[in-house]
Design a binder for this molecule. Structure first.
Ligand SMILES: [Zn+2]
Length: 156
């Protein structure tokens, strides 16, 4: 039997560990017995939403996401070139007849429990034309001001 459903409905039991919530905390409409339980629940939710980030070292996730971004561009008729030095203003260069040459920055995003996509913000001088944020299987494309780019040739 899945008891998590009952925990959500029971105002007297912690939504994470199931232990009783103190009267004082219940008065403040707390759903967890301690702040540690709340944090643990938030972390568990985040891990569930972002499973791949925990299986690999951070640098390897970034490298894999560059390849995902390259695949995304290649399957939309771009020629894609990778920065061999792994440092610099862009991670990828992409070219198509429609767009010409584009500097592409790739970042690894995370999905928040609210459903909002978050990713590391750019430094003072962006130096790229397009930002691709890879979050698990989802790819989002932004312009250099980090405004979403929608429609062909970016449509996902
Ligand atoms: Zn608890």
């Amino acid at each position: 039997m899945d008891t998590t459903l009952f925990r959500d409905l029971d105002p007297y039991s912690c939504g994470f560990c199931g232990k009783p919530i103190s009267t004082e905390r219940r008065r403040r409409h707390a759903k967890f017995c301690t702040s540690e339980c709340r944090t643990a629940r938030d972390r568990a939710t985040w891990r569930k939403l972002n499973p791949r980030l925990h299986d690999l070292p951070r640098w390897q996730v970034g490298a894999a996401n560059e390849l995902r971004a390259a695949y995304f561009l290649m399957t939309r008729s771009f020629d894609v070139f990778r920065n061999m030095s792994h440092v610099g203003v862009v991670d990828l260069a992409a070219h198509s007849e429609k767009t010409g040459w584009l500097g592409v920055q790739v970042r690894t995003g995370s999905m928040m429990p609210s459903g909002k996509l978050t990713f590391p913000k750019q430094e003072s001088s962006p130096g790229f034309d397009v930002l691709i944020v890879v979050c698990g299987d989802e790819i989002s494309v932004f312009d250099s001001e980090e405004n979403p780019l929608k429609g062909h040739p970016w449509k996902t």
